[in-house]
Structure formats: C-alpha cells, structure tokens
Design a protein around this ligand. Sequence first.
Ligand SMILES: [Cu+2]
Length: 154
Amino acid sequence: MDQVRPGVTRGSRPVGGALRPAHAGGGRAARRLRSRSLLAVVGLLLLTVGGYLLSPPGQRLIEDPANAEPVVGVDLIDIPGSEFVPSVVAVPAGTTVRWTFTDDHPHDIVFADGPASEVLGRGGEWSRTFDEPGDFPYTCTLHGRMGGRVLVTG
Ligand SMILES: [Cu+2]
C-alpha cells in the first residue's frame, strides 16, 4: 500500500516536509495572497465596467443630457448656456437639424459617425441633414459633459 505521492517523496526534501514550519512557505503564501487580492480588484473592476456597459443607457449617467427623453419633431437646437437644448431630438429621415450658438462660450458639435462643426461662438450656426434612420450621438469636444443625440426615424 505504498502510494507514491509526487512532491512528498521526490527530491531531497524529507517526507515530513509538509509539516515544516509555517514561515518556510510564508513568502510564497504571501505572494499568492497578494496576487489573489489583485485578482479580486481586477474582478471587481471588470464587474463594475461590465455592469456599467450592460446597464440600460438611462441609468448610466443620470446627469448625462444625451440620455434624456427625445423631443419629437424639433429640428432647432439652441446652445444657450453650455448645453444643447433640447439635448435629444427625434426627427424623420430627410430632416435638416440646425444648431444655434447663443451663449458666450465657444463650442463645437462632433458626431460619433464623423460630421463635425468648427468651433463656433455666439451667433454661430451649424446644420446637418439626416437622410438615413439611426441614432446619432454628438458631443462638444470643448466641454466633456456637453452632449446630445439625434434620433432619426424612418
Ligand atoms: Cu461646449
């Protein structure tokens, strides 16, 4: 009934090696503990990011104006004070949406799918015609929290 247990009988370590003082393997155990807590942190981070990405858009950033309820049929968006008003509009395909710059700060309108205005100030105006249905988010690159979207219906 001599079972060969690898790791116990191999090498020059005595058979009683498993009973060696705890501090002998302390370094390795500590390292394992450290890497385990690192894993926990990474796991928690992934859960947080994953949960964020999987959560309904309306719950991601409560203050994000780009997640507001769409205002249907409005094709004129004002920029009266470092925000787009209304921030979310829904228009039928073929609509030209216009932005008017009426506050004292420079802004731009940069769409995720490419089209972008220059940086414009008070009195500025920009427009884009939407021929295809879809969801067209945009931001002001000068003000990270300034955002909006145009929902184009078929
Ligand atoms: Cu801005």
